[in-house]
Write a protein that binds this ligand. Sequence first.
Ligand code: ATP
Ligand code: ATP
Ligand code: MG
Ligand code: MG
Ligand code: MG
Ligand code: MG
Length: 270
Amino acid sequence: MAKSRFEYVRDFELPDPLLPSAYIVVRIDGRGFHKFSDTHTFEKPNDVRALNLMDRAAKSVMDEYEDVVLAFGESDEYSFLIRRQSQLYNRRRSKINSSIVSLFTSSYVYHWPTYLPNTPLQYPPSFDSRVILYPSAKEVRDYFSWRQADTHINNLQNTCFWCLVKSGLSTKEANKTLQGTDSKAKNEMLFSRFAINYNHIPPQFRKGSTLVRSPPPDLDENTSDVKPVLVPGDRKGKRRPYEGTTGEVIVVWEDIIGDRFWEDRPWLLP
Ligand code: ATP
Ligand code: ATP
Ligand code: MG
Ligand code: MG
Ligand code: MG
Ligand code: MG
């Protein structure tokens, strides 16, 4: 086909390849979800329907992209780990970044009526997205530890905050009460004032959601004492055109800061 005289503008699209062999993390985060969760009357501090919807949208991403080997979610954010040798879209940064956040967002909207059947969607939500490269397994482990530590810090804070507000304090008074308190003081406040043992709060809220594929068939499932919970979904057993581990995507709510999780799943960080 003959080229038009306008074709030269294409040369302005610069290549943006990601460093070979580096681990790729894509983190998406809801835009203005403070307001979005208010508008849609999310249960505070944790609306389990909204969390399950986030998990469902993340599962769509893992179903579509087999090179995504792990995902971790809390609140309005999700992080996706892509295996280091992935050749997805020839490792083009913006193609990977935009395709993942776009699929996540459309799946979130698509599945909304199933997870929040009595709450009409008032406006189209959006998510931002970034790509981060990590040179070794250590940084990847530390990255996910950072996100899970954040889950804990935020959840403890929010649990205290909403207990105080629901007990009659204004948001200003609740913030003032919590100012300068460490985690021990917050645990004690929950226990003595509200008869809540923080460790008895559902692990989904304390630990966030980790999505992994069930072990490949040649790996011994008995090495793990994790009781997998299936994320409801479709596309069972359908192979994707990308190389990587196969199997059902499951969600677990457990510690990923310690060694156990990773030792049980050596295929995640080869
Ligand atoms: P930004 O656009 O900068 O990300 P934001 O308003 O989305 O701003 P975040 O720091 O991302 O701010 O925080 C997301 C907020 O969304 C939380 O603080 C919380 O209020 C709310 N939220 C998200 N998910 C839930 C949920 N499942 N249940 C209750 N509230 C939620
Ligand atoms: P890629 O994922 O690489 O973008 P693609 O299948 O989306 O692959 P494109 O080059 O983007 O390929 O072309 C989009 C194709 O979608 C068109 O060639 C056409 O077949 C179809 N298409 C898009 N919009 C319409 C439309 N409004 N009516 C009919 N066909 C359409
Ligand atoms: Mg943000
Ligand atoms: Mg946000
Ligand atoms: Mg957030
Ligand atoms: Mg296209």
